[in-house]
Design a protein around this ligand. Structure first.
Ligand SMILES: Cc1ncc(COP(=O)(O)OP(=O)(O)O)c(N)n1
Ligand SMILES: Cc1nc(C(=O)O)sc1CCOP(=O)(O)O
Ligand SMILES: [Mg+2]
Length: 221
């Protein structure tokens, strides 16, 4: 298997849904099934925070969600837990600045997809050097889904990274909804990453479809 090509990565980032069992009152499997039917293009398993599953239960849920993703041809990325990603043969891993060193993660996961969080141009350059396939930039807008989130930076951070020559695929994250998705793509992101917009929706399929349409509309401008 070879590293994912840049253009393929950009396409995959279009509607990047992140979820763990703690993000919805409904079973995660049901929410993900509907979201995939709506057009989610990439999924991150992020089992984290109060009430998060651990150990064998966490791995069992990851494998359940992975079966769904595979049935839809959508890659599954594991958040933080590199050993779990390797154990279940996930498609990739996402790590932040306080997680395992990205260069070390690249060594461990070979050609799997590597996503790294970056909040400024220095972190973006370091992520590229470490072998990231994409960077997650946020929070763009205020979020209630991450306890230790930084201050919201607005879409200007995306424009600024592009102006400073950062060409790696970028997914924007934090407070993104159907209403502001076009603005972040126009500012330079290749896709949008969301938790609550889909996980808390009464109709995840409809929201995923609306996000896909918004990204597509902004891309074709
Ligand atoms: C796509 C994407 N972007 C950013 C993050 C945040 O990662 P991190 O800063 O490590 O925070 P946690 O998600 O681990 O709490 C992400 N998970 N995904
Ligand atoms: C997981 C995560 N990382 C962020 C960052 O800024 O790095 S913001 C965030 C939570 C995104 O959830 P919502 O779509 O509900 O705002
Ligand atoms: Mg992390």
């Amino acid at each position: 298997m070879a590293r994912i090509a840049r253009e393929e990565m950009k396409k995959r980032l279009a509607v990047y849904f992140i979820m763990g069992s703690q993000n919805s009152e409904r079973p995660a499997v049901d929410v993900l099934k509907e979201a995939l039917d709506g057009g989610v293009t990439l999924f991150q398993f992020r089992e984290k925070g109060a009430g998060a599953l651990q150990g064998a239960e966490k791995e069992a849920l990851a494998r359940q969600l992975q079966r769904l993703c595979r049935a839809h041809g959508v890659p599954l990325i594991v958040n933080d837990d590199v050993e779990l990603a390797i154990a279940i043969d996930a498609d990739g891993v996402h790590v932040g600045q306080d997680d395992e060193d990205a260069r070390r993660v690249r060594e461990k996961i070979g050609d799997k997809i590597l996503g790294v969080s970056a909040h400024n141009v220095e972190e973006a350059r370091a992520a590229i050097e470490a072998g990231a396939d994409y960077i997650g930039v946020g929070p763009i807008y205020p979020t209630r889904s991450k306890e230790d989130a930084n201050e919201a930076q607005g879409p200007e951070i995306l424009r600024s990274l592009r102006e400073q020559g950062i060409a790696i695929p970028i997914v924007a994250i934090g407070g993104i909804t159907v209403d502001n998705a076009q603005a972040v793509i126009e500012a330079g992101a290749d896709g949008v990453s969301v938790i609550s917009a889909i996980a808390s929706a009464s109709e995840p399929k409809a929201v995923a479809a609306a996000l896909a349409a918004a990204v597509q509309a902004a891309r074709s401008r």
